[in-house]
Design a binder for this molecule. Structure first.
Ligand SMILES: Cc1cc2nc3c(=O)[nH]c(=O)nc-3n(C[C@H](O)[C@H](O)[C@H](O)COP(=O)(O)OP(=O)(O)OC[C@H]3O[C@@H](n4cnc5c(N)ncnc54)[C@H](O)[C@@H]3O)c2cc1C
Length: 496
């Protein structure tokens, strides 16, 4: 008899929700994580008196108890909803170009329309029409995909069929003239990792709609609190976890996944395996490539790695208000050319766009009294980081970080002088801690042509399933959802 019914490789969001989902259904499950703490991206680290949130800037899909989003139900199913204190943010973001425009969008449809109309009065009608389109389009998309309308057709869902395959940029151009207005609406593009000219309108619309309808959140204790709570729930349900336990190989026999070999050489047998490692590592490293079909390798080769980022984690010795930080999330651009900002993600040139998150605005207790935590972030691909000799790495990352600090200083004078602790992560940091190629934390680039609409997410190896950002989309909500879906698929497989 195999040692377990299921082994989950990796305790990122996807691996954790898969493991908890399995154990709570009575499936004998082992969770193996290479790192010494759970969470993958969903973790924290300590410098001085600050516990820094690694990843979560804004959680999507939670909703309120009265108007729950899909994530609330999922977290309830895996037994953690009451274990976490979620912090709701009332604002999507403040965005703008210093000296050119500055607008704050509340997480409320009519307030978004009001703020945009006030700032861009010459395009009032277009703003109303566009926001109306976004909401109606998302309702149609949800009916088709979430409620699985069997009678979906062009007549029933005309907006979906008209706009689903357009880029965000094409639709923005159809409605608007002012590039600042386009930028104000598209500022969430970094959350998918593609600028308006490349992101699908579906993704751009869903970001705006979902963060407004279900509100942006973070949580007390940061995302590490969520990761810890899921592990606790998993253990309580009878699951077994091993930290500091990387998996070196997935054992495939007769076309079926039947266990793993750990980095210590232990061979553990199971009836199924879920991998939260990247799809690339899973099929080119963990499984012997000769047992992987050429079709699967061809499918992998057709994809491109999504971005990673440089983050500058700052512990400041002042309150947010002392520096004029009034919203949790701010996007600061130096121009309206989002394609150029995206192109810079492949260079060491100073970034021209920076995300600034201050956790203490919505949760004044997030940092020690009288202090606050701000994270500056700029997307970066990894290729050029691979080229730097080790001796130049520290210098390169600090030079890049200085570019982000300069932007923060521009909009919040005194920022640099308030820094008490600072730490910088790069694509190589994420590569090291997650093990993902390119340090990509969104998985593959999120082009519409590669979405599950066109490409089957099914594994060619029986009993092997995937969970996490590499299966569908990046982000906490999609990764947690993919883990829940993998757990269900494993249950069906084990019953066959
Ligand atoms: C700086 C940053 C900012 C972000 N901001 C946001 C945000 O605001 N909102 C949002 O929704 N998302 C955000 N994200 C993205 C989000 O965090 C990720 O997309 C998501 O958490 C990925 O989850 P995952 O399940 O794919 O696992 P990952 O977090 O990628 O973790 C994979 C885990 O598998 C383990 N592993 C890999 N290989 C092995 C092996 N062979 N053996 C054992 N263990 C292994 C790794 O150690 C790791 O723990 C951000 C990410 C980062 C890094």
């Amino acid at each position: 008899m195999p040692d377990y019914d299921a082994i989950v490789i990796g305790a990122g969001n996807g691996g954790l929700s898969a493991a908890a989902g399995l154990a709570r259904r009575g499936i004998r499950t082992l969770l193996c994580e290479r790192h010494n703490v759970p969470g993958g991206c969903a973790t924290s680290f300590i410098r001085g008196r600050f516990e820094f949130e690694v990843a979560l800037h804004q959680l999507s899909g939670l909703g309120t108890p009265d108007k729950p989003g899909p994530l609330r139900g999922l977290l309830q199913q895996i037994g953690v909803i009451d274990q976490i204190d979620f912090v709701e943010e009332d604002t999507l973001y403040r965005t703008g170009i210093p000296g050119v425009f500055d607008v704050t969008l509340k997480a409320d449809r009519s307030e978004i329309v009001h703020a945009l109309k006030e700032k861009f009065p010459s395009e009032k009608k277009a703003i109303e029409n566009f926001i109306g389109l976004v909401w109606e389009f998302c309702h149609q998309l949800i009916s088709i995909y979430y409620f699985r309308d069997q009678h979906a057709s062009k007549d029933r869902y005309p907006l979906y069929f008209k706009y689903a395959l357009k880029t965000g940029g094409q639709v923005l151009d159809e409605f608007f003239e002012d590039p600042c207005l386009k930028m104000a609406i598209a500022s969430y593009w970094g959350y998918v990792g593609l600028p308006p000219s490349r992101i699908s309108f579906s993704d751009l619309a869903m970001l705006l709609w979902a963060y407004t309808e279900f509100k942006p959140y973070h949580m007390k204790g940061g995302s590490q609190a969520l990761s810890n709570a899921i592990v606790d729930s998993f253990l309580k349900a009878g699951g077994n976890v091993r930290f500091n336990c990387g998996v070196k190989k997935i054992i495939v026999s007769g076309g079926k996944a039947v266990g793993v070999i750990t980095e210590y050489g232990d061979e553990i047998r199971a009836r199924s395996v879920i991998s939260n490692a990247s799809t690339i590592s899973t099929y080119t490293d963990l499984i012997d490539p000769e047992t992987v079909s050429p079709a699967m390798l061809k499918k992998l080769a057709s994809r491109t790695l999504g971005p990673s980022a440089v983050s500058v984690y700052c512990g400041l010795d002042c309150e947010p208000g002392d520096l004029g930080i009034e919203v949790s999330t701010r996007f600061i651009s130096l121009n309206t050319d989002m394609d150029r900002q995206f192109a810079l993600c492949r260079t060491f040139d100073s970034p021209e766009m920076c995300g600034l998150t201050c956790y203490d605005v919505a949760d004044p207790e997030f940092s020690p009294a009288g202090a606050c935590q701000v994270v500056l972030i700029s997307l970066q691909y990894a290729d050029h980081w691979y080229q730097i000799p080790p001796m130049q790495y520290a210098d390169t990352k600090y030079r890049f970080a200085k570019g982000l600090l300069d932007i923060a200083e521009l909009v919040h004078p005194g920022f640099k002088d308030s820094i008490e602790e600072v730490e910088v992560s790069t694509p190589l940091t994420h590569l090291r801690y997650l093990g993902h190629p390119g340090g990509s934390f969104y998985g593959f680039d999120q082009y519409a042509k590669d979405s599950n609409l066109f490409v089957s997410p099914l594994s060619p190896v029986q009993g092997l399933y995937s969970a996490g950002a590499w299966v569908g989309m990046g982000g906490f909500q999609p990764a947690l959802e993919s883990g829940a879906a993998a757990a269900k698929a494993v249950c069906r497989y084990l019953e066959e």
